[in-house]
Design a protein around this ligand. Structure first.
Ligand SMILES: [Cu+2]
Length: 270
């Protein structure tokens, strides 16, 4: 009975939005651009470790070139399905705090989960929303119809970053956070809670699922020595696959709509 809380709220909207979401799938081209040669170029990497019993892991590589950053991510073990579509995963670069991921002890209300607000003092505010298309500012922090979705995905996009974000990435205080946890993995208490960001949303929809501080590579301006991801420089268009999945993810526009309200108050924490 209690689990139905998670599904009931967006259910009404899903049917109506299924068709409206279709055009998103037709948008097939990413926004990758060729980085201009300049000074101040380097690559930072993050290992994304699970939070909140999510089982979600991954990695992120950010190649900074001036005020452009090419972000490449691989995510596995993420919440797979929401209703009949991929579970959307909001993902951001957070800055302005300790530059670390919150430990389990950051759980203040004893529900066994570290929510967004409880993690804020560790990883800070949203600097960039790692969306699949369109705006990448904090304003898009909960634009669930423009984030990757499903249990595993690859993300790549070149975005503009402001000077504060660039500085945070350079000095090691930027943190990549992926949100959205399968509610069945949470404590019974947490399963039944609504998001602290918006009382109309289930907590699971906004909980951090994976987190990793961005650390500068030892190779100045070069590729990581591990060589695990040459795709960064190749401009491969993984965005098409991501956007294809977003049609299902758009079923969560119900979340996005509710989140808009919240975002005005708490975007800095999401
Ligand atoms: Cu975030």
């Amino acid at each position: 009975m209690r689990k139905s809380t998670f599904l009931a709220a967006p259910a009404l909207a899903l049917g109506a939005l299924a068709m409206a979401a279709a055009p998103a799938a037709a948008h097939s081209h990413g926004d990758s651009v060729e980085p201009a040669a300049s000074t101040g170029s380097w690559t930072s990497m993050a290992t994304l470790n699970s939070m909140n019993n999510s089982g979600t892991t991954g990695d992120a590589t950010v190649s900074v070139n001036g005020n452009e950053a090419t972000v490449s991510m691989h995510v596995q073990g993420a919440a797979e399905t929401f209703m009949d579509g991929p579970f959307p995963h909001a993902q951001h670069i957070h800055i302005g705090a300790q530059g670390v991921c919150p430990p389990p002890e950051a759980d203040e209300n004893g529900d066994g989960a570290v929510n967004v607000a409880e993690g804020h003092e560790y990883y800070g505010m949203i600097a960039s929303s790692l969306t699949t298309e369109g705006d990448t500012s904090a304003d898009s922090g909960l634009a669930v119809d423009r984030f990757p979705g499903g249990s595993s995905y690859t993300y790549e996009r070149t975005i503009e970053i402001d000077d504060a974000t660039k500085a945070a990435i350079e000095n090691g205080t930027a943190v990549v956070v992926v949100h959205g946890v399968d509610p069945t993995l949470l404590s019974e208490q947490a399963q039944n809670e609504m998001s602290e960001l918006d009382p109309s949303l289930p907590l699971a929809a906004t909980l951090p699922a994976a987190c990793g501080p961005l650390m500068a590579s030892q190779m100045d301006g070069g590729m990581p020595s591990g060589g695990a991801d040459t795709g960064v420089a190749q401009g491969t268009d993984n965005t098409a696959a991501i956007v294809g999945m977003s049609a299902g993810a758009a079923g969560l526009v119900a979340l996005g709509g509710g989140a808009l309200y919240l975002r005005r108050r708490r975007s800095a924490e999401a």
